[in-house]
Each structure stands twice: as C-alpha cells, then as structure tokens.
Design a protein around this ligand. Structure first.
Ligand code: CA
Length: 227
C-alpha cells in the first residue's frame, strides 16, 4: 500500500515516514501542497491514501482536499492539524477529508486511523489476500500455504511483501521492472532495475520454501508474471 505524506515539519514528517515504513507502507513524502497535487495526479502511481497536514506552503491541506474531490479523486484523506475547534473540524470534513487527527498525536493512533480508513473504503484489501492455496496476511506479513493438510508459512520482509501483494493483485499480467519501481519504491529513491531483480530472487526463495516458486515466472525481455 502506498501513502502520500504531505507534512512540512521536517521532524514530524521524518517520524511519520519512519513508522509507516516499519509498518510496510510505501511512502512518498512531500512538504508542499502544490507538489502533493502533482504526486497524486501522476498517471503511473496510485496511492492508497493520503496523510495531509492542514497548514502547508503552496496549497493548504484543505485546498488540496477540495481540489482532489472536485476532480473526482476518491482516495481517503487523513488531515493532520493543530487546530481542534469544532468549526475547524467541520471545515476539514466539508472539504472532503475522511478523518482528522489533532497534533500532537501518538503514532499508534495514527496507525489505527489509517487502518480504519482502509477498512472503510471497500476497494481496499481485506485482512488477507488469497490466491489458490497461498494466503498473504496484511497484519502479520506472513505468507502461508496448505500442503498435505499442514499449514506452512514464511515471513516476508517489507519489500517482499509489497512485491508479492502487487503480483497477487495482478495475476496473469506481465509486470515490468519499471512498473514495480514506479509503484513500490519511494519516488526519489532512484533504485536501479538490478534492485528489482535482486528482490525478485529473494521473493522466489521465500516462495520456494513453500513449494510455490513456479508461480513467479520470468517473461524474458519483458518482465514477470504471477500465476
Ligand atoms: Ca504545517
């Protein structure tokens, strides 16, 4: 799952990004409302949700929400702000925000609000993703399968989890390294395509532990395909 974080306070932005990374989210962090608009409207990147500070240079968080809704972007938006008057909350929600978190807040509360937003939006994933006998658990990041009546399981790293989730939601499609880089690596991280190949090798090793390495096929000269 990919989150756009829009926060102009460096310390807070750094702390939020760190905790989101720890919880296996892909995070792009920008510090300006206008830049956020450009990120959210990029054609080749889709965000699961946005965490947006109210007071920002460029567009304010409220203006960003309004503009997104006017242009029919439906991604869930969590507004962060030091304002906590009733009137401000109403203004935030009226602008199209889905939820509202008053600073200072605990990271556990932020994570809980994000989980709630994911649950509320029907297009988002349930607790587990299942393909045939493979089950990927969003809570534990454990991949499991039933073999000869026994459950076998293996724990995935953040990146392995993100890549496998992408494949399991694009069954049978040829997926290029460029697609994986665009969707699963933070923008500005400037990874090379070797990074993708290396991660695919690691993921195959995990799949092999469960006897499922045949599912991830290399399509020579094009990319990868998951069956
Ligand atoms: Ca701010």
């Amino acid at each position: 799952m990919r989150i756009l974080l829009v926060e102009d306070e460096p310390d807070l932005g750094t702390a939020i990004r760190r905790i989101l990374h720890q919880h296996k989210y892909v995070v792009d962090w920008v510090q300006d409302g206008t830049e956020a608009w450009h990120y959210l409207t990029l054609a080749d990147v889709s965000y699961t949700l946005a965490v947006v500070d109210w007071m920002l240079p460029g567009l304010s968080g409220l203006e960003l929400c309004q503009r997104l809704r006017v242009h029919q972007y439906s991604l869930p938006i969590l507004i962060l702000t030091a304002r906590d008057s009733q009137a401000d909350k109403v203004a935030g929600l009226d602008a199209g925000a889905d939820d509202y978190l008053v600073k200072p807040f605990g990271m556990e509360e932020l994570l809980a609000r994000l989980r709630a937003l994911q649950r509320r939006a029907p297009q988002f994933q349930p607790a587990q993703l299942q393909v045939d006998t493979l089950t990927l658990d969003y809570g534990t990041h454990i991949l499991s399968t039933v073999a000869a009546g026994r459950i076998e399981h293996v724990e995935l790293t953040s990146k392995e989890f993100q890549i496998l989730e992408y494949f399991m939601t694009h069954i049978g499609h040829i997926v290029t390294s460029q697609q994986l880089l665009a969707q699963l690596w933070d923008l500005g991280a400037e990874p090379t395509s070797n990074v993708v190949a290396a991660q695919i090798r690691l993921l195959r090793r995990k799949l092999a532990e469960l006897g499922h390495e045949h599912r991830l096929e290399t399509v020579y000269g094009m990319g990868y395909r998951f069956h």
